[in-house]
Design a protein around this ligand. Structure first.
Ligand code: FES
Ligand code: FES
Length: 214
């Protein structure tokens, strides 16, 4: 990146360079997003490229004490720090759903979620949904039964979104399933199988989870 001045003082000297502007605005966005959740360390406040923040995050039932780079996405921390590579990086812009995980039971695009926002939260990824004895979650089994995948790249995100879709009460008709799964893109076009899988797994999940919560 060149360092072209984009603002000059009255004396004509550069007051703000393109590089400084980019660094300042990127740091500001990160701080605003975490405002009230995590206090920045003095180091990080002075230099957004230095320092880390301590966070306690429960992932798939296991507590992790993490040192987090303030601007790291939850997706990158899951994949690169915790070696949980089930959630996929498709677009990295919140547009494909391949990175879908749950935070405290709610689905999120982990590529758009700052990892520090998960401090004190419970995160569930595709690696954490099977039973302790290895039995697949009913939604996973239904995806297998209905051939709801081809290359499989979108599948972890589809399954996590589908589970949330059922729990939200948004899987009571085909039209509703299509609408509430529309944030998850499948480039292989396995949509017919995905719809069938969710249609079949939904009542099974309701029975199981109803019994668990009764
Ligand atoms: Fe997160 Fe595409 S990778 S929405
Ligand atoms: Fe290939 Fe969905 S199965 S992208």
């Amino acid at each position: 990146m060149n360092d072209t001045p984009i603002l000059r003082a009255a004396d004509g000297k550069p007051a703000l360079s393109r590089r400084t502007f980019m660094m300042t605005t990127a740091a500001g966005a990160g701080v605003a997003a975490t405002c009230g959740a995590v206090a920045a360390t003095p180091d990080a406040a002075a230099n957004p490229y230095a320092g880390s923040q301590a966070a306690r995050v429960t992932v798939n039932g296991r507590l992790h004490e993490l040192a987090l780079e303030p601007r790291a996405s939850l997706l990158d921390v899951l994949r690169e720090q915790l070696d949980l590579t089930g959630a996929k990086k498709g677009c990295d812009h919140g547009q494909c759903g391949a990175c879908t995980v749950h935070i405290d039971g709610r689905r999120v695009a982990s590529c758009l979620t700052l990892a520090v926002k998960a401090d004190g939260c419970a995160v569930t990824t595709i690696e954490g949904i099977e039973a302790p004895d290895g039995t697949l979650h009913p939604m996973q089994q239904s995806f297998v039964d209905h051939d709801a995948l081809q290359c499989g790249y979108c599948t972890p995100g589809q399954v996590m979104a589908a589970i949330a879709c059922v729990r939200e009460g948004h899987a009571t008709s085909d039209a509703q399933i299509r609408e509430y799964m529309s944030g998850n893109i499948c480039r292989c076009g396995a949509y017919a199988g995905i719809l069938e899988a969710i249609r079949e797994a939904a009542p099974q999940m309701r029975r199981l989870e109803g019994a668990r919560h009764a």
